[in-house]
Design a protein around this ligand. Structure first.
Ligand code: SF4
Ligand code: SF4
Length: 165
């Protein structure tokens, strides 16, 4: 996995023009069965990919924390939400709460998440490849393929499976 992760940013950068074109066309004419195709591609990929050998999302980027994420995780630590915010979070340029630093403070040496049961919604959903109307998050996906090897493979498979004219 280490080698895959090393090469991923370059491979994603090489594919960027092709991916941009593909997603622009997909947005204009999404296939009727896109949701079910994505669910299938997502399930197939995550049968092969073990996130515990990777954790690149937790190491290199972080989730957004919604207010309900903050309340839930603070409660888990028996902290006041503001205490949790002061310890772990900062506000980014888009006014969202994000981690003060990466790798995420909750990531263990063994790549396990120490707050797995109460982790942010964005962590649960990353890399969002099984969400409905996938064509609506193309901008995010083009970024995510440089971080997540599973997302990279899913997008490559999408391009093979969905003929776009
Ligand atoms: S909260 Fe857990 S799943 Fe989310 S980035 Fe941190 S270690 Fe990863
Ligand atoms: S979601 Fe993607 S980046 Fe995160 S651990 Fe799994 S394969 Fe790696």
């Amino acid at each position: 996995m280490e080698k895959v992760l090393q090469k991923l940013p370059q491979r994603a950068s090489d594919k960027k023009p092709e991916n941009k074109k593909f997603f622009a066309k997909l947005k204009r004419r999404p296939p009727k069965k896109l949701d079910s195709i994505m669910q299938e591609l997502h399930d197939q990929e995550f049968e092969r990919t073990d996130c515990l050998t990777c954790a690149n999302c937790c190491k290199t980027t972080g989730p957004l924390f919604t207010n309900s994420d903050i309340e839930r995780i603070a409660k888990h630590f028996k902290q006041k939400p503001q205490e949790f915010i002061d310890t772990y979070l900062r506000i980014d340029e888009e006014n969202d709460y994000i981690l003060q630093e990466v790798p995420c403070a909750f990531l263990g040496q063994d790549n396990y998440c120490s707050i797995y049961d109460v982790r942010p919604k964005a962590c649960k959903e990353f890399p969002h490849t099984d969400r409905k109307k996938f064509q609506q998050i193309s901008h995010l996906t083009i970024k995510n393929v440089a971080i997540c090897p599973a997302a990279y493979n899913i997008v490559e498979e999408m391009k093979r499976r969905i003929p776009i004219f």
